[in-house]
Design a protein around this ligand. Structure first.
Ligand code: SF4
Ligand code: SF4
Ligand code: FES
Length: 377
């Protein structure tokens, strides 16, 4: 997962270090990884998510610092004035490749048992970051067979929740899921049990997510770099032909304005993913924004107004007829009960223009200020 670290402002104390032979500025508190990334050094990462505290688990981000005996993890090493840092050397690339071979050997698809499979290659519908391991194994031409053997993580695919697939055979113990749940969602629904090959991402007492404190926000799914945690709804459409297209928009559910990418194949929505650079949500969503999109293309979706006939049954009507009926109802209420008989609440799911129009209608046509918007609640 990548981000461009901000350039130091004039009010922040800027010092310099030497990065791959070039003197570059950094701001107090920045890590070597953030400095390197801002200067487009392609340092690989797996346990890093820019929204989370650096963790230092995978060690793929190692760099050489003059005077240091061994390479250091750049995500957990603070930049200091005068440092001389190298991010690209043959020794570092070999070091990273070996680490990646160890990581890849943890994947179910490491190719170890029968010589099949390529580690990390999973359907992109599993989640936003699900291609990260595959991208790195391709970049370093790693197949996972060199350290083939035992795997950690037992899958919990039978967990009958409707949203999250828990396919821990693909887990590489980066702990991004656990950290995002704690640091971003504040939920602590999942944790790590045991060590070594017995390491397991789990809920309290190893139970189902439905029985845990999980809010089904989906953030663990979207940060998982291997697809071990996957969007179960999106996976109904996995492996089908046709290109996936992402369209940036704003979630319509409430007034927060979370940015989302609608993932479509042809004319159909197949998934929703949070926008990591969304200013209001920075990759977070709630269960509705993340998973409640079936109604958009549901065959029984209401597409025409309904009005009641003489017998009280709801029957399809034209928009003119439906709006005429509504206007007549408002006029009757005003005539018989006065302007305090009407109170309008605009939906938080409606755009600004609609919210403006409803207050104009109520104030100008009905002559009352009884109007509100549910986003204020
Ligand atoms: S869906 Fe959200 S609350 Fe549930 S485990 Fe994942 S991050 Fe935690
Ligand atoms: S489930 Fe995914 S995010 Fe969680 S530790 Fe395993 S690989 Fe990392
Ligand atoms: S990204 Fe730095 S240790 Fe994993």
């Amino acid at each position: 997962m990548t981000e461009t670290a901000p350039i130091p402002t004039k009010t922040q104390r800027a010092s310099t270090l030497v990065l791959d032979g070039v003197e570059v500025p950094f701001q107090d508190g920045e890590s070597l990884y953030q400095v390197a990334q801002r200067h487009r050094s392609e340092v690989p990462t797996l346990c890093y998510d820019p929204r989370l505290d650096a963790f230092g688990a995978c060690r793929l981000c190692v760099v050489e610092v003059e005077g240091f005996r061994t390479p250091v993890a750049s995500c957990t090493t603070r930049a200091a004035a005068g440092m001389k840092v190298r991010t690209r050397t043959d020794a570092l690339e070999q070091h990273r490749k070996t680490l990646l071979e160890l990581v890849a050997s943890e994947s179910r698809d490491s190719g170890d048992a029968h010589g099949k499979g390529t580690p990390g290659h999973v359907d992109p519908l599993r989640g936003y970051a699900s291609q990260e391991l595959a991208t790195l194994t391709a970049r370093y031409a790693v197949d996972g067979t060199r350290f083939a053997g035992a795997h950690s993580g037992r899958s919990h695919r039978e967990d009958d929740n409707p949203f999250l697939l828990r396919d821990y055979d693909l887990c590489i113990s980066c702990y991004r899921c656990v950290r995002v749940c704690a640091e971003r969602e504040g939920d602590h629904a999942i944790s790590v049990a045991n060590r070594g090959f017995h390491t397991q991402i789990t809920t309290e007492f190893g139970g189902k997510l439905l029985d845990s404190s999980c809010t089904f926000c989906g953030q663990c799914v979207q940060t998982c770099p291997t697809g071990a945690l996957a969007d179960r709804k999106a996976m109904r459409n996995a492996g089908q032909p046709g290109e996936l297209t992402k369209t940036r928009t704003v979630c319509p559910y409430c007034g927060v304005g979370c940015s989302v990418d609608i993932v479509t194949r042809g004319e159909r929505i197949v998934a929703v993913q949070p926008a990591m650079d969304g200013p209001a949500n920075e990759g977070a969503l709630c269960v509705k924004g993340q998973f409640a999109w079936d109604h958009v293309q549901h065959p029984e979706r209401l597409k025409t107004p309904l009005v009641r006939d003489a017998a009280g049954r709801l029957v399809p009507a034209s928009w003119d007829e439906a709006l005429g009926r509504a206007a007549a109802g408002f006029a009757k209420a005003l005539r018989e009960h006065g302007d305090e008989s009407i109170y309008a609440i605009a939906s938080g799911r409606a755009p600004h223009e609609s919210a403006y129009t409803i207050q104009k209608l109520i104030r100008a046509a009905a002559g009352t200020n009884f109007v509100d918007n549910c986003s204020r609640a």
